[in-house]
Design a protein around this ligand. Structure first.
Ligand SMILES: CC(=O)SCCNC(=O)CCNC(=O)[C@H](O)C(C)(C)COP(=O)(O)OP(=O)(O)OC[C@H]1O[C@@H](n2cnc3c(N)ncnc32)[C@H](O)[C@@H]1OP(=O)(O)O
Length: 503
């Protein structure tokens, strides 16, 4: 009875949020670039002031990760993202091709539904709200139940800042008491135009099954290959910095280390010198019992935890300098639990004979995180190109998975929603960005005379053999005189139409 009441209340709340969010989306769709930029700047500034308190709240509520790293992720999703997207064209005419006579016109999609994971709750809300507003969309969030408060707090801060800078009421909203019933209500609401789902496999599947356009990102299981030409000291330092960043909660973080037999001893020595603890077979087995529930699903109790918390729970004594736990694995799949995604400070450790074996092993590991991310530490560009042909959407070179995949340490777009491509069940393979939340309309000028069908040298083609006057033409093939389109004039007309102005 209590559950039914809770469900009914949450459904009503979701319905109200969808209605008011749609109204906000309709209003925002007419905003200019200057208005949008002012709103984004205010959202960025509001988050910078609260980055630490949001981080503290997220760690307290979920038990995942580290305050200082979550604060940095909030900064990345606000300030670093703003710097990256501020000059991107997302309004009106965003591209033109003078030769082909086409214009790209960006249109917001409307109200977006953001599904937020418990592992990166506040940074994901900030990221999704910033890209939604940049593309003139309103957004409504369905939080993970174990991160409901911090997710709502982040959404409220962003909404207040957006309204203060001129955005319509309820442009960013969040369900306060999430239930599966309220999330289902939003997934099927007629007011929602597009879903961006980041989270557990169940939620991503639910998003894709809703029948609405959806951008979902699947699980990762990123291998890190330390190739024989790598700078081993640097590679190990980078991997540890990535794996301990927010205690490994980012889905692009390393899950397995693959090294070559000829470097094995040096790699082990370097890990031990930098805070890696190699578990015995028995210790590995005890840790695996904690990390996984049935069917290799992660046990939330040990996601995003410090290595000492895991070791203590498993009854293992480790040096106080320990940062990551490593367990040797002889294969992938059933019987090798560490070959699955862990999102915590534990790594599987593999030794191979050569790069070809490393490549096969990486592909096998990626079967449990298809299409996501892998990293290579090497000074051999040919090896990078060989791996680039394999099924991961991001091949990161000489950088950490967490910081590299999210664009913090690489030239990739800053993003907390990382596509896995169709092989990973995702509709995008790149780092999700504002352009994924736009409808791009095309204006296309006629270039060829299509009023006649002509037989010429035994083949048919469209177009007049006679010179066509006063018509724009791409090629000289049909004796059409080339005429350049007055794109300035065309652009002016389209802009005026978009702004509802008369020429
Ligand atoms: C860039 C990036 O790094 S994004 C990283 C994103 N990746 C992830 O978050 C990793 C995938 N996540 C997971 O595997 C899990 O969420 C874990 C391991 C982190 C946490 O696991 P748990 O909290 O034990 O389970 P899970 O997330 O599946 O959900 C718990 C319950 O909340 C429900 N739930 C999850 N999200 C929502 C939501 N948005 N609305 C309503 N209910 C939800 C689930 O349906 C489940 O309900 P049930 O217990 O009745 O089946």
């Amino acid at each position: 009875m209590v559950k039914l009441d809770k469900d009914l209340c949450s459904i009503q709340e979701a319905r109200n949020l969808a209605e008011s969010g749609k109204k906000a989306a309709n209003e925002l769709a007419d905003f200019s670039n200057e208005q949008i930029d002012k709103i984004l700047k205010n959202m960025r500034d509001a988050i910078e002031k609260q980055a630490l308190s949001l981080a503290k709240w997220a760690v307290k509520e979920t038990g995942f990760g580290k305050v200082e790293d979550k604060a940095y992720k909030n900064h990345a999703a606000s300030t670093l993202l703003y710097e990256e997207i501020k000059d991107q064209k997302t309004i009106g005419i965003i591209d033109e091709d003078k030769v082909k006579g086409t214009l790209d016109v960006a249109e917001p999609v409307g109200l977006v539904l953001g599904i937020v994971p418990s592992t990166n709750p506040t940074s994901t809300v900030i990221f999704k709200a910033m890209i939604a507003i940049k593309s003139r969309n309103a957004i409504c969030f369905a939080p993970h139940p174990t991160a409901a408060e911090c997710t709502k707090m982040a959404a409220d801060i962003l909404n207040r800042a957006a309204i203060e800078a001129g955005a319509p009421e309820n442009v960013i909203s969040c369900v306060s008491t999430p239930t599966m019933a309220s999330t289902n209500e939003l997934l099927h609401s007629p007011h929602i135009s597009l879903i961006i789902a980041t989270g557990g496999p169940g939620m991503v599947k639910a998003a894709y099954s809703s029948g609405k356009p959806a951008i979902g990102v699947g699980a990762g299981n990123s291998p890190a290959y330390i190739e024989s030409t790598a700078d081993i000291k640097q590679a190990v330092a980078t991997i540890i910095a990535s794996k301990t960043f927010d205690n490994g909660t980012i889905c692009a973080s390393e899950q397995s280390i693959v090294c070559e037999r000829k470097n094995e001893l040096e790699v082990i020595k370097e890990f031990e010198a930098q805070g890696g603890y190699f578990m015995t077979e028995d210790e590995t087995s005890r840790v695996c019992d904690l990390l996984f529930k049935a069917g290799n699903a992660m046990n939330a109790k040990f996601v995003g935890r410090d290595a000492h918390v895991i070791a203590e729970a498993a009854g293992i004594t480790i040096p106080k300098e320990t940062k990551v736990l490593l367990g040797r694995q002889g294969g992938v799949g059933a019987g090798y639990p560490l070959s699955f995604e862990k999102l915590t400070t534990v790594l599987a450790f593999y030794v191979v004979e050569d790069w070809e074996e490393a490549c096969h092993l990486s592909i096998d590991l990626l079967q449990n995180g298809i299409g996501h991310t892998m990293s290579i530490h090497t000074n051999n560009r040919d090896i990078v190109l060989k791996f680039a042909a394999k099924p991961a959407s991001r091949i990161l070179v000489n950088t950490g998975g967490s910081q590299g995949g999210t664009g913090i340490s690489t030239g990739l777009p800053i993003s907390f929603t990382l596509g896995c491509g169709t092989s990973g069940g995702s509709s995008v393979s790149d780092n999700v960005s504002p352009k994924n939340l736009l409808n791009i309309k095309k204006v296309a000028y006629g270039l060829k005379d299509v009023t006649t069908l002509v037989e010429d040298d035994k083949s048919f083609h469209i177009g007049s053999p006679e010179p066509v006057k006063e018509k724009a033409c791409l090629t000289q093939k049909n004796n059409c005189p080339s005429k350049s389109i007055d794109m300035e004039e065309l652009t002016k007309v389209v802009r005026n139409v978009l702004m509802g102005m008369k020429d």
